[in-house]
Each structure stands twice: as structure tokens, then as C-alpha cells.
Design a protein around this ligand. Sequence first.
Ligand SMILES: Cc1cc2nc3c(=O)[nH]c(=O)nc-3n(C[C@H](O)[C@H](O)[C@H](O)COP(=O)(O)OP(=O)(O)OC[C@H]3O[C@@H](n4cnc5c(N)ncnc54)[C@H](O)[C@@H]3O)c2cc1C
Length: 503
Amino acid sequence: MSETTYDIIVIGAGIGGLTAAALLARDGYRVLVLEGHIAPGGCASSYQRKRPNGDTYIFDVGATLFAGFTAGGAHHWVGQKLGIRWPVRPLEPAMEVWLPDRRITRYADERWRTERQAAFPTQAWEAEGFWQEQERIADIAWRFAARQPALPPERLNELPSLVASIRPEMAWLLPHVWRTAGQALRAHSITDRRLRTYIDGQLLISAQTTAANCAWLYGAVALDFARIGAHYVMGGAWSLARVLEESLLRDGGTIRYRSWVRRILTHERRAVGVETERGERFTARHIIGNLTLWDAQRLLDHTASRAFDQKVTAAPTGWGAFTLYLGIGAAALPAGTAEHHQVIANYEQPLGEANSVFISMHPADDQSRAPAGQRAITISTHTNAARWWHWRTTDPPRYRAEKAAMADRLIATAMLALPGLRSQLHYMQAGTPFSFWRYTHRHYGMVGGLPQHLSSSGIFSLGPRAADVTGFWLVGDSTFPGQSTAAVSQSAIRVYHAIRSEL
Ligand SMILES: Cc1cc2nc3c(=O)[nH]c(=O)nc-3n(C[C@H](O)[C@H](O)[C@H](O)COP(=O)(O)OP(=O)(O)OC[C@H]3O[C@@H](n4cnc5c(N)ncnc54)[C@H](O)[C@@H]3O)c2cc1C
């Protein structure tokens, strides 16, 4: 049995794991990344599908719309630190949101104010108060985040730098700390069902929960996504991971694919190494798990502390994603259509499960993604992951039938925005939470991190030492600040600073 020693081992080459690995390698540490899949990127990756007729598509598996590349953003800071150029370009508008009876264009610039007033005229005055509060909270929070606070604080020695990142303007946030977005809406007397549905839809995709349960500080920042600059990644989402991988290799790091880690090795409650499914062992002074909290618990096995077990038990259940990967004729797209659309079919039905879908396509001028005259499109909806798991493992025929029915419902909802979709279909593949599990080994195929409830957001989020095993660090969307490639990069920056201070 081989055993090789590194300074740091990273389990998983998602954006969180790769960012931490590249930053540490840049500083000269010996870094090994072990990735189970054949390519990097995890939920923010892409895959190529070549058809017998030669048509070739590049589909993004999950993430399609990116932020954090402007000054103060996590990717921006990482890019400067690594000396790399991100293959991104701004998107304007960020997206169009389709409600059953209206369409809202989510501009990044000052047109957004006019648009929101025109879109929701019933309570325009009250809504304006709400939006101004949201933007003020977000502005303060973005400035705070750019100072890279150690949140949530886990050690006394982190407090001085955390305190140093606090500014007097943050006192203004205090009344909002214990509020949900729903309470903020009530405080502004907003009852307009259309506006509330719009906000629920936007929060579901960015905070994994709707206004009733979403922590308002998080929600206000999540609703700001377009204003800070949405970006498209040229060539597909996998270009992000590839740039990070190149940086890691340039700086002497190592990455091994098809290497699933089955166990984190510990000695007297200190992580000392890992064992792969092939029986290889690698040791290191620090182990970073680019893992969900459930998977970290599984890999730590009996070593996980009772405190960690309690955190895992208390964590809210996340969502699964049902996805369609489509090649469609460009004739299906109305002239001048935006690249991203959120579509909500019915005000009376709960969101998710095909009643709300997110459509993404690459800009027409990125010709690397689809055959001439076609576009590669992803359509996704939030879905209950456990149900798919149950069908797949106990009743495969039902699983297949449900998959076909869900695909059909997704297309029907997407057609409210793109009416020509069905008639222009050249290629279609569907993915369930089971597919996400197969490719990423995430617990039940749950994606998108934890819903940002008051009890699981901000200072109540999990930090990188949540597992309470010395030398073991969590990065990724189970930890603060949550989901998105920008957020997991922020979690990686936190781990980078913490490990540097210990090495
Ligand atoms: C459908 C969908 C749409 C999304 N849309 C957006 C969006 O538009 N914008 C955005 O910013 N975010 C979006 N997200 C969220 C975003 O993709 C994730 O929050 C982020 O990519 C998670 O990164 P991560 O580093 O936490 O880990 P992951 O992406 O989960 O990567 C973890 C990696 O670790 C590997 N791994 C796991 N276990 C092991 C093991 N035991 N051994 C070895 N390797 C292992 C996996 O194979 C994987 O490569 C979306 C997600 C989904 C699913």
C-alpha cells in the first residue's frame, strides 16, 4: 500500500476545493487534490456530448450564471492573487423573469428601478421602500464581505480581525438580523401577490428557500445578484475550473482524477490523511474536504464528534435539481431574447417541481457550445431529492416514468418563455438528483447548499472547522456563506487564511 505525504490534501475538485488548492499551491505548499470524477468543477462543470451525426454540444451541468468577478468579489480577489485572467464577460440583462401574466427584465443598471416600478404598479410606493432597504443592506454587506471577515468565528484568535472588519455603518443592519424576508415584506405592507411571487422565485434560486423562511440579511444580498454584475463563462462553466486547475499545476500542485476518497484517516482526533477506494493512502498536515456536511460525516465515520453529528441532524434538508440538457434550433428563440430566464407557471402552486424553472443558454457568439444554428440549453427546477432516490433504488420503471413526465412538464413551463421550444428540439437528455449523486457523490444528490433559514445563515452557518476534527477543514456550499461559485470561493479564501496561519 503506497503512502505519500503532502502539506495539504483536498478532497474534491469543485470550485471551492480547487480555489483553496490553487491559493495554497501559489504560496509554495505541497498540495494534492483527489477528485472522484474524470474532470474538475463538480456542480459548476460542463460535459461534452457528441452525437452519431457529428453534432457536438457543451452543456453546463449546474451553475450557468456567475457573479463575484467585479472588484470586491471573491473570484476577483482570487484571480489577482493567482495572477490569472478569468474567461468571463458581463451579461446585461442578467435574466428575464416570467410570471403567469407579466415579464420582468432584471437589469443590472439604473433601468432596474423603472422596470420594477412598471412591473409591480399596484404597490409601487411600498415596494420602493422595500427595494431601497434591500439595496442598502446589500451595499453594506458587500463592503463587509470584501474585507474577508472570519465568519462564523470559531476561535478566539479570529475575533480581533473580525472586529477590525466591522464598521459603524453596520449598526444599521442590527434591526434586520433576526428578520426573515417575509417579515421585511410585511414591514413594508407588501401584499401584492405578483411581487411576492417574484421575490419567492428569486430567493428560491439564490437562497434555496422562499421569503417566509429566508434570513433577510442573506435574502437582501441574494436579491442583489444582478446589480453586482452577472457574468457568462466563455466556453461553458468548466472553463472556470480549468483555469484554477492550470494555476494549481503551474504552482507545483498535483491533481488526481478517478480517485474517490472513502475515508479520512485520523489519529487522536486529528486528521492525518485519506484513503481512496482503490486502497491508496496519502498523508498530510491538513485535509480540506470539498464536501457536503453529510458526506464529511460519512468520510469521518466514527471519528465525527457528537457536536458535529448534532449539527448534521439540525441542518435543514437541501433541494435536488432536475435538469434538462437540450440542443435546440435557434429558430425557437425570439429575436433579442436574454440568455437566462426564470419562468413561473402558476401563482397558486408551490415553486419548484416544474412550476418554476430556470433556463440558461450560451450567448449566440460563443460558437464553441453547439452546432451552427443551434444553442445548448439547460433547464432546471428544484425538486425533492429523496423521492428520486427512492424511486431509482426501489422501483426503476416508476423512476423512468417520473423522469419522462417531469421532463415533459419542464418543457411545458419553459415554453411560456420560448414557445417554439418543442418544435425545435434536436437533442435532449435529463438528469435527476440520482444523476448528481452519481457524478459528484453528494448526499442523495442534494445540491445548492443549505436553505438560508435564520437558524442556518450568517453567524449560524457552519464554519470550516464544523466537523471539530483538528486539521480537517470544510469548504463548499454547506459552509458560510452558502451556494454559488462566488460563495464557495469565499469559503475557500477563509480556509486559505486559516491554514496559512497554522502552517
Ligand atoms: C442546477 C444547478 C444550478 C446552479 N446554478 C448556479 C448558478 O447559476 N450560479 C452559481 O454561482 N451557482 C449555481 N449553482 C450552485 C453551484 O454550482 C454550487 O454551489 C457550487 O458549484 C458548489 O461548489 P462546491 O465547491 O461546494 O462543490 P461541488 O461542486 O459539490 O464539488 C465537489 C467535488 O468534490 C468531488 N467529490 C465529492 N466527494 C468526493 C470524494 N469522496 N472523493 C473525491 N472527490 C469527491 C465531486 O466529484 C465534486 O467534483 C447551481 C447548482 C445546480 C446544481
